[in-house]
Design a protein around this ligand. Structure first.
Ligand SMILES: Cc1cc2nc3c(=O)[nH]c(=O)nc-3n(C[C@H](O)[C@H](O)[C@H](O)COP(=O)(O)OP(=O)(O)OC[C@H]3O[C@@H](n4cnc5c(N)ncnc54)[C@H](O)[C@@H]3O)c2cc1C
Length: 362
C-alpha cells in the first residue's frame, strides 16, 4: 500500500487525505493545532463559479459536483442552496465568462429581484447577478465530517523538514518523530513555501494579512440569505465580500483588500487590521441596513497569493514531494484534494494545475 504524508489539516490537506484514502493509500496528516485553525478558520466561505479565468470556473464547477457528492456521503449540507449574488459593472464580465460553461446557471437580476434575494441590502439600482449554484460553504460541517473520517490519521506534530532520503523514499522530521513515506504532499498554507524550499521547490507566494467581521442579521430579515460580492463602489468600497452563517442569523463581511506584512510575518502597520475592520463596519452602516453594525466577532488571517492573481492556484512537484499554493482555495478544496491525491499516486501533476499554466489568472 502506498504511504503518503499530508502536511497541514486545513481544508486542502483534509480534502487531499480523504481523496488519498478513497484511492487506497495509507495516509498520515501532520497538524500541530486544531484542524481548520489556519487560513480555513471561521464560519462560512463563498462558493462562486465566477472567475476571470474560464479554466478556473470549470475546475470550480467540478469542485461543486464533489461538494454535492460529499453531502451525500456525509449526510449533511455543505453548500447552501441560496446562491451567490454579485453587484457592480463587473458582473457583465463574470456572466460573459460563465456563458462559456452552460452547466452553470447564472443570470442578471433586476433591482426588485435583487431586493427579494438580498433583503439586507440598501436600495441598489445598478448591475446585479446571481450564480444560482453558488452559496455559503458550511465550513464547520465540512471540518466536522472530514476530521470524523480521518481522526485516526491525524498526527499532532509540527513538521520541521521534508526531504528525499537516500533510500529513495521521503523523510518527514517533526519535533519528536522521523517518518518515511512514498510521497509527501505539502498543504501547509502559510508554511508551504518554506517547507517546499527545503525540499528544492521554489514557490513565490505573496504574503498579506486580512480581516473579516461578523454582524447580527436583524430579526425581521427573511432567510435564507445568499453570499454577496460588491464591486460597485456605490457604497464607498469597491471590493467587498460577505457570507451568512449556517443559521442565517449572522453575516460575515470583509474587504477584498489585504494589508502588507514583512517577510517574517509581522504587520508593516500594526493598526492596519483594525482599520480594515472599521471600514467593514462603516460599509455595513451604509450598504447593509439589514445587519446590526455592532461587530460580533472577527477572523484575522494570512493570505497566500500567487503572483498571477487573487484566485491563482498551482501544484509544484519534484520527485516524491508535491506542494500546493494559492488563495481563495476553500471552494476548490474537493477538486484540489483529488488532483493532489492523483499527483501523489501517479507522480504527475494534472496539466491545468502546473505552475506554468497559471490557473486563476486575473
Ligand atoms: C477571512 C477569509 C475569507 C475567505 N473567503 C473565502 C471565500 O469566500 N471562498 C474561498 O474559496 N476561499 C476563501 N478564503 C480562502 C480560503 O479560506 C483559504 O484559501 C483556504 O482555507 C486555505 O486552506 P489550506 O488548507 O490551504 O490552508 P490552511 O487552512 O492555512 O491550512 C494549513 C494548515 O497547515 C498547518 N501547518 C502549517 N505549517 C505546518 C507545519 N510545518 N507542519 C504541520 N502543519 C503545518 C497549519 O497549522 C494549518 O492548519 C478566505 C480566507 C479567509 C481567511
Amino acid at each position: 500500500m502506498t504511504r503518503v504524508a499530508v502536511v497541514g489539516a486545513g481544508i486542502v490537506g483534509l480534502s487531499t487525505a480523504h481523496a488519498l484514502r478513497k484511492a487506497g493509500a495509507e495516509v498520515l496528516v501532520f497538524e500541530p493545532g486544531p484542524p481548520g485553525s489556519g487560513q480555513s478558520a471561521g464560519e462560512s466561505r463563498i462558493f462562486r463559479h465566477a472567475h476571470d479565468d474560464v479554466r478556473l470556473a470549470s475546475f470550480v464547477s467540478r469542485s461543486r459536483r464533489l461538494w454535492r457528492n460529499w453531502e451525500a456521503e456525509f449526510g449533511v449540507e455543505l453548500v447552501s442552496g441560496a446562491g451567490a449574488v454579485a453587484i457592480g459593472d463587473s458582473v457583465e464580465d463574470k456572466l460573459r465568462v460563465l456563458s462559456q460553461l452552460p452547466e452553470i446557471p447564472a443570470e442578471m437580476l433586476a433591482p426588485a429581484q435583487l431586493a427579494a434575494r438580498l433583503p439586507i441590502l440598501a436600495d441598489f439600482r445598478g448591475k446585479a447577478m446571481v450564480d444560482a449554484d453558488g452559496g455559503a460553504i458550511r465550513t464547520r460541517a465540512a471540518f466536522s465530517a472530514l476530521t470524523g473520517k480521518l481522526k485516526d490519521a491525524l498526527v499532532a506534530e509540527h513538521v520541521l523538514a521534508v526531504r528525499h532520503a537516500a533510500a529513495g523514499d521521503v523523510e518527514v522530521r517533526t519535533g519528536t518523530r522521523l517518518d518515511r513515506f512514498d510521497h509527501v504532499v505539502l498543504c501547509a498554507g502559510r508554511g508551504t513555501a518554506g517547507l517546499a524550499r527545503g525540499a528544492g521547490l521554489d514557490i513565490t507566494v505573496e504574503l498579506a494579512a486580512h480581516a473579516r467581521v461578523t454582524f447580527r442579521v436583524r430579526a425581521d430579515v427573511k432567510a435564507p440569505l445568499p453570499t454577496f460580492q460588491d464591486a460597485s463602489g456605490v457604497f464607498a468600497e469597491t471590493g467587498v465580500y460577505a457570507a451568512p452563517s449556517a443559521d442565517n442569523r449572522r453575516y460575515a463581511v470583509g474587504l477584498s483588500e489585504t494589508t502588507e506584512v514583512h517577510q517574517d510575518g509581522s504587520l508593516v502597520d500594526p493598526t492596519s487590521l483594525d482599520v480594515l475592520c472599521a471600514r467593514a463596519s462603516a460599509y455595513v452602516r451604509q450598504a447593509l441596513p439589514g445587519l446590526d453594525p455592532e461587530p460580533l466577532d472577527y477572523v484575522h488571517c494570512w493570505v497566500t497569493r500567487l503572483p498571477w492573481g487573487d484566485d491563482g492556484v498551482g501544484i509544484w512537484s519534484t520527485g516524491k514531494i508535491s506542494a500546493v499554493a494559492g488563495h481563495n482555495l476553500f471552494k476548490q478544496a474537493p477538486a484540489l484534494g483529488e488532483a493532489l491525491a492523483e499527483t501523489a499516486l501517479s507522480g504527475v501533476v494534472p496539466a491545468v494545475l502546473r505552475p506554468e499554466s497559471q490557473l486563476g489568472q486575473s
